[in-house]
Ligand binder design. Structure first.
Ligand SMILES: [Zn+2]
Length: 281
């Protein structure tokens, strides 16, 4: 699942490689991922791709003529730039932006659900777009102080992933951040002591920044289908904790898993109570 570091490196690499290229045509094959109707996608023809930016987990692809394409990968999408066009129909493609130098920018989506989406907007509409307008401050590189930001009677595991509170963190990085901060996923945001809030903010900036720095070294175009996420806790239940060596545990939900170290994070307590699990949904 792409989160802030994965979207950031994708935006940097594709923006660096495709800025200045002209659009030959744009289309949305199969299920229509386009959630806007004005301006039409055909307005992109002949435009120059100027920049690929990021806000939270979304891409902002900017074209000349003040057109911006907002792309949300949801849980299983990828934005990829290929040197050539697909020779056979790529069933994962939701959007193709064909560049006149032969390259192709593709929004692809894996798995059975088709939820990734695209909106084409005029520049003046971007700030008011509902998804963007509802986002909290960026989790990286310089979020505001966490004691006020997270001051809510909800578990940290839920508050940190709430894009309205702080933008960019999902189910993978939340496990890493809470482990790095040595805080229980079930501790409530409003119960954070000032030193814990500062520790959590520091862990957030550090872990997300470390991931981006690693990606700068190991990822190249085209963005791979599966990104090499440097996760040390998430989905590693049963393995030794990288800090203390005790066994990492997990709480299982319908379609995902939360991992933590009881020794480092929950004073040795095992969190397997289904009632607790339901509270997080
Ligand atoms: Zn540990």
């Amino acid at each position: 699942m792409p989160e802030l570091p994965e979207v950031e490196i994708t935006a940097r690499l594709i923006g660096g490689a495709a800025a200045g290229a002209s659009v030959e045509s744009a289309l949305t094959p199969g299920i229509n991922a386009l959630k806007s109707y004005d301006p039409p996608l055909s307005e992109l023809t002949g435009r120059t791709l100027e920049r690929v930016g990021r806000r939270g987990k979304l891409f902002l692809v900017e074209f000349d003529g003040e057109l911006t394409m907002l792309v949300h990968l949801m849980s299983a999408g990828r934005l990829q730039l290929f040197d050539t066009r697909a020779s056979v129909r790529d069933r994962a493609s939701r959007l193709l932006v064909r560049l006149d130098d032969g390259r192709e920018l593709r929004l692809r989506e894996f798995g059975t659900r088709q939820r990734a989406w695209v909106k084409l907007m005029r520049a003046g509409e971007v700030d008011d777009e509902e998804t963007l307008a509802a986002l909290g401050p960026e989790a990286w590189p310089d979020p505001p102080a966490f004691d006020e930001l997270l001051d809510q009677p909800r578990p940290l595991y839920a508050v940190l992933r709430d894009q309205h509170v702080v933008a960019g963190i999902g189910r993978s990085w939340v496990d890493e951040i809470l482990h790095a901060a040595m805080l229980s996923p079930f501790k409530r945001g409003s119960d954070l002591e000032p030193d814990e809030a500062e520790r959590l903010r520091e862990a957030t900036v550090r872990r997300l920044g470390e991931a981006i720095a690693l990606y700068e070294q190991v990822i190249a175009l085209p963005i791979p289908d599966k990104l090499p996420m440097p996760l040390t806790v998430h989905r590693r239940n049963g393995e030794p904790c990288p800090r203390c060596g005790d066994q990492l545990e997990a709480v299982f939900y319908e379609d995902y898993v939360m991992c933590y170290c009881p020794t480092c994070q929950t004073e040795g307590k095992l969190m397997k109570d289904r009632r607790l699990s339901r509270l997080l949904k």
